[in-house]
Design a protein around this ligand. Structure first.
Ligand SMILES: Cc1ncc(COP(=O)(O)O)c(C=O)c1O
Length: 434
């Protein structure tokens, strides 16, 4: 009998905790064998058998241009030539900060960090130092990374349902209030009697972590007004939205200006770099001028900074990219809508430029985390695997969204719509109309 070599996901279980570096990748939300990727090329991901999948995970957001856009990967030796990391301030990081600020003027002063987690965590520390207060109000279903307070009722694929046993100290939970997105009354209820201790409200201005959720009219303005009234700060987490919704990010779209902003994901073109920043007087809380510390061996890493310049260069050279992704997004959303119509399925499809999303829940699109949690998880799991069999790679969790990139083509989209039709036909229970 021939012994089959162990597959990578089996080996992973023997050496990586839980078989992965980030739980969503283990596929716990959909069951079955986790996807193991050996390479990416344009709109495609490849598995260990060399099978090609149309990729809508896009690394959970960073790959606006798909995998390996030549403008990002060409001549990387040149980026490495002058050294990979310095531990000193360098001119290119200053130039990057100037470029970022030109697009996000609310970031009057900023600092580069390595991950989105660090960016939001640092912004919150600065906000607490500046206001000399403790309370942070966040929203269920928003995901801000994996630092302690951010994980309470987090969206995306954070798996900390049992906060008491998750390693988050009770002391942390005391200073966090978790409100309902799009629900100012829930904000008011939580803040009643605590306004004087409110340091900041942190929010995804447009949410990509409980499915795709847009703010209802007046919601962000309401947060702006309440933070001002309380003498607290408003922090926008634009880790997903900056560059996804244009060079000026979500803040230019929603018309509300935050005191502080966190950015990441797309800006590194696949390399880890993120930033936080905001009002000059607020950021003055940071050492050496102020008493708050943030730092990092790789903060402002020259190679990652070089990649961020390439990302901005590419977007400045190709303003048509956004319209192209919007057209692809519309084609995909339109195709899914017609499948649903034909199959009399009552699910709402939402599309905003390169984000396309639907949930297995009848009715209007998600407005908050309660809606997201009400979606049918078993139906999604079956659909996810049916799509994977048809060589379409979706995120292995219904809290995530589909990302279209500049590398996707109309024929990728048409192949995807056909696969959706076939996958729904294969997975719908006989009771449902087909
Ligand atoms: C809105 C948002 N903020 C913060 C983060 C954390 O970023 P990172 O995974 O780079 O730490 C994420 C990651 O998915 C995110 O979606």
């Amino acid at each position: 009998m021939q012994i089959q070599p162990m597959r990578s996901y089996e080996r992973a279980r023997g050496v990586l905790a839980g078989g992965c570096d980030s739980p969503v990748r283990s596929g716990w939300a959909v069951g079955g064998e986790p996807f193991v990727q050996t390479r990416g090329d344009g709109a495609y991901a490849f598995d260990e058998d060399g099978e090609r999948y149309v990729d809508y995970v896009m690394a959970y957001g960073p790959l606006l241009f798909g995998h390996n856009h030549p403008a990002l990967t060409r001549g990387l030796d040149a980026l490495a030539r002058d050294g990979l990391v310095y531990g000193s301030t360098h001119p290119e990081e200053v130039r990057l900060a100037e470029r970022v600020r030109a697009y996000l003027p609310s970031m009057e002063r900023m600092r580069f960090v390595t991950t989105g987690t660090e960016a939001v965590m640092s912004a919150i520390r600065v906000a607490r130092a500046y206001t000399r207060r403790n309370l942070v109000l966040k929203f269920a279903g928003n995901y801000h990374g994996h630092f302690d307070l951010a994980l309470l009722d987090a969206g995306a694929s954070a798996h900390t349902a049992d906060a008491a046993r998750s390693g988050i100290p009770a002391g942390v939970t005391r200073d966090v209030a978790v409100a309902r997105y799009n629900d100012l009354a829930s904000v008011d209820n939580l803040l009643r009697g605590r306004e004087d201790d409110l340091a900041a409200i942190v929010v995804e201005p447009i949410v990509g972590n409980m499915g795709y959720v847009t703010p209802v009219e007046g919601f962000l303005e309401g947060l702006r007004e309440r933070t001002r009234r309380a003498g607290a700060l408003l922090i926008f987490d634009e880790v997903i939205t900056w560059l996804r919704f244009g060079l000026r990010g979500a803040q230019a779209r929603v018309g509300t200006v935050p005191d502080m902003t966190a950015i990441g994901k797309i800006m590194g073109g696949g390399f880890p770099i993120a930033a936080f920043g905001g009002r000059e007087d607020v950021m003055a809380a940071l050492a050496p001028a102020g008493s708050t510390f943030t730092g990092g061996t790789h903060a402002g890493n020259p190679f990652a900074v070089g990649m961020a310049h390439r990302v901005l260069d590419l977007l400045e050279e190709h303003p048509e990219y956004y319209a192209r992704m919007d057209a692809l997004g519309k084609r995909l959303a339109g195709g899914i809508r017609s499948v649903f119509e034909r199959r009399a399925l009552p699910y709402a499809v939402v599309q905003h430029e390169s984000i396309v999303d639907f949930k297995f829940r009848p009715g209007a699109p998600n407005r908050n985390y309660d809606d997201a949690l009400a979606a049918d998880k078993e139906a999604y799991a079956a659909y996810y695997h049916a799509m994977r069999e048809r060589k379409i790679l979706l995120p292995p969790s219904q809290n995530e969204v589909m990302f279209v990139s500049t590398a996707h083509t109309q024929s990728d989209i048409d192949e995807t719509v056909a696969a959706i039709d076939a996958s729904l036909a294969a997975t719908l229970s006989p009771a449902q109309p087909a």
